[in-house]
Ligand binder design. Structure first.
Ligand code: MRU
Length: 340
């Protein structure tokens, strides 16, 4: 396969490499993701993360394993193992469905390479289209609040919600971005802050509990988040803490936008209650770990609740900003996301 470089993925020497998103921003380590167990371990540890990126990394690895001579049966097994790597983000399943069709081709190795390449190029285009659509909803002088990380690190392109913010900044529309640190794994404080700094976009880091008081003071013009899965009724699963922001935005009458590619839409999922939510290790909540080391502050025996995602009901969402344009609440109620 040809050489590929995105913000957080590389294909070189016919192998896949990933930028360790757990070590950022202190260290920029490119790690091998040369086998299915290796990639799955990176996905579990959130070294590879973000709904689009998880799907793309799995697709690229399958294509590379095919080039290295794995049989159709071995690849079919690898595909199903990868499909189970993270349960909430549906981009993984959607991308692997396309790779499965390529695997069924008589000449499956080049078909898989072409399909993986196409998925990466498409993702870049989807991000650009989301950014363009989203900018139509950003007012000049905006202070926008975002949660988790939805930028170039999480996609092959400019990102989803963060892509909108970056393009709106290029158009001179952004005064400040409030970055939720995003406990427990700090994707906002570590990754979004780093990306905004690299892009020279003015931002201010806050802890997750500070959003309400900022909104009450009139300092937030809109909330922009990404999505891991959009159900047929418009409910959205995204990083834990997204729902709290939607409730706060609703109370303060602030627009709440979800930006995502159409590959995040799951028409077969009737509503948010049907979205599987990943539960994660207690140690993420009892302390914090990273390239800076680790610290535990809670008692060893503390009982912990640690869902990685929550579900925001469609009724709290002002617009679903997709690559196809901005979908309104009326359109969602009219069934635009329902099975076709
Ligand atoms: O657990 P993570 O870091 O993979 O969670 C990521 C998010 O919740 C993102 O908002 C979502 O995947 C969209 S990324 C463009």
């Amino acid at each position: 396969m040809q050489t590929l470089q995105t913000t957080s993925l590389q294909v070189r020497d016919n192998q896949l490499w990933i930028l360790d998103q757990q070590a950022l921003p202190q260290q920029k380590n490119w790690l091998p993701a040369h086998s299915v167990p290796q990639l799955i371990e990176h996905i579990h540890a959130l070294r590879v993360r973000g709904a689009p990126l998880i799907g793309l990394s799995a697709s690229l690895l399958l294509a590379l394993l095919a080039e290295q001579g794995q049989t159709r049966a071995e690849l079919a097994q690898a595909l199903e193992t990868l499909r189970a790597a993270r349960p909430t983000a549906v981009n993984l399943m959607n991308n692997l469905d396309r790779m499965k069709l390529a695997l069924a081709q008589p000449d499956f190795a080049p078909a898989l390479a072409e399909e993986a390449w196409r998925l990466v190029q498409e993702d870049k285009q989807l991000c650009d289209a989301i950014a363009d659509a989203g900018c139509t909803r950003v007012k000049p002088g905006s202070q926008l609040l975002t949660h988790c990380n939805t930028g170039g690190l999480a996609t092959a392109g400019v990102g989803t919600a963060l892509g909108v913010i970056a393009r709106a900044h290029q158009q001179g529309l952004i005064k400040n971005v409030w970055v939720d640190e995003t406990r427990p794994l700090l994707q906002g404080g570590r990754l979004t802050a780093w990306e905004l700094g690299e892009l020279a976009i003015p931002y201010t880091l806050i802890t997750d509990s500070m959003a309400a008081s900022l909104m009450a003071r009139g300092e937030v013009d809109a909330v922009w988040v990404g999505a891991d899965r959009i159900a047929a009724n418009g409910d959205v699963a995204n990083k834990i803490g997204t729902y709290s922001l939607a409730v706060l935005a609703h109370y303060h009458q602030i627009p709440f936008y979800v930006a995502a590619p159409h590959t995040t839409l799951d028409r077969s999922c009737p509503d948010g209650t049907a979205i599987p939510i990943e539960q994660r290790a207690a140690s993420e909540v009892t302390g914090v770990a990273g390239s800076f080391g680790s610290v535990q502050w809670a008692p060893e025996a503390a009982k912990v609740y640690n869902p990685a995602f929550d579900v925001t009901p469609a009724t709290l969402i002002s617009g679903w900003v997709l690559d196809t344009g901005v979908v309104t609440p009326d359109q969602v109620q009219g069934g635009i996301f329902q099975p076709q």
